[in-house]
Write a protein that binds this ligand. Structure first.
Ligand code: PHE
Length: 344
């Protein structure tokens, strides 16, 4: 190509760009002239064939063609890589906002409980959700004919493997591993073959507590610890009352109520006018439970004649529902951000 031909080609290309109708047209001209296989890069590649003395002038002309083509493309809203790179940025717009997220109410109750009990010297213990019969039932003094062992109440996998129906088996595992004194809580998931409705779910959460010592432990110790927990978790004016009950692994056994935190005991719709809300089961560890632990440890550390203790088990959903005024347990599992984000 001579210099004159080059000038003609340049004029033609600029006219073509000026006449382009739309972005697609501009883009195809960009590809045609300055794209990787376009005519200007081809000319640059072919420079080596231009006689030496003409090369500087020719090179200059090619560069100025390229610059003018790019300027013309840019003026048309195109240009090198324009299809990927162009942004219609208004730099005065506010940035993208992402919420930090909030903790799930069940997580909050479990973490807050661990913090409250840790102020009283309790540590957090953990145990498997897939349990065996010994830890979930036998060592908790629950005989084979007890209804909770029934196939219709418990998720069984064969004869000796089940989804734990309560966090109480962690009591046994803790005592198997550590000599007294032990002072632990265990927040965790539990499973029962319940049909789901507003107050039942086949899997739910409990917080187990266990204190065992070689010093005498009394029901008054249990009550004072639970009263402290009630006040810290639900606020001033909330305390506990015990009602006699039965659990195979505690004797005596009690059901634990919190003062209704809404009416502070006066009676309202939330507590069905009673002034109290049931939240936990508890009691003094049955000596037979220590006997089962002793039969495994064989070191006498839990000799029923030498140790005493208390245990309790809270329903986490129950506490979350009363604390945050949640009317339906299913809301806790549906993962609906319209609900969850309100509790942040
Ligand atoms: N495990 C019992 C339940 O699920 C609660 C409980 C725990 C009762 C510890 C007494 C002591 O109902």
């Amino acid at each position: 190509m001579t210099l004159a031909e080059l000038e003609n080609a340049k004029a033609a290309s600029l006219a073509e760009i000026a006449a382009a109708q739309d972005a697609a047209g501009v883009e195809s001209l960009r590809v045609k002239y300055v794209g990787r296989n376009g005519s200007i890069p081809a000319l640059i590649k072919a420079m080596k064939d231009v006689p030496k003395e003409e090369r500087p002038a020719f090179g200059k002309a090619v560069q100025s063609w390229r610059a003018e083509v790019e300027a013309a493309l840019a003026a048309k809203g195109g240009g090198a890589g324009s299809s990927e790179k162009r942004v219609d940025a208004d730099l005065t717009l506010p940035g993208m906002w992402r919420s930090l997220g909030v903790k799930h109410p069940l997580t909050r109750v479990m973490e807050e409980s661990a913090a409250i009990f840790s102020r009283l010297g309790f540590t957090v213990a953990d145990g498997p959700e897939l349990e065996d019969r010994f830890h979930n039932f036998t060592a908790l003094n629950t005989p084979a004919h007890h209804p909770s062992q029934d196939r219709s109440d418990t998720f069984w996998f064969g004869d000796d493997c089940l989804l734990r129906t309560q966090t109480s088996p962690v009591q046994i595992r803790v005592m198997e591993q550590s000599a007294p004194p032990v002072r632990v809580i265990c927040p965790g998931r539990t499973y029962r073959r319940d049909t789901t409705d507003a107050t039942h779910s086949a899997n739910f959460h409990q917080i187990e507590g266990l204190y065992v010592d070689t010093k005498p432990v009394s029901l008054a110790d249990l009550k004072s610890v639970l009263a402290y927990f009630a006040k810290e978790m639900m606020g001033d004016g909330v305390t506990v009352r015990f009602r006699p009950h039965f659990f195979p692994f505690t004797e005596p056994s009690v059901e634990v109520d919190f003062t209704c935190h809404v009416c502070k005991g006066k009676g309202c719709n939330v507590c069905k006018q009673s002034g109290w809300i049931e939240v936990a089961g508890a009691g003094m560890v049955d000596p037979r439970v220590f006997g089962f632990v002793d039969s495994r440890r064989k070191d006498g550390a839990y000799d029923p004649a030498k140790v005493s203790g208390y245990a309790f088990g809270f329903g986490v959903e129950r506490i979350a529902m009363i604390k945050y005024g949640i009317p339906d347990i299913r809301w806790l599992y549906e993962n609906d951000m319209r609900f969850l984000s309100q509790l942040g």
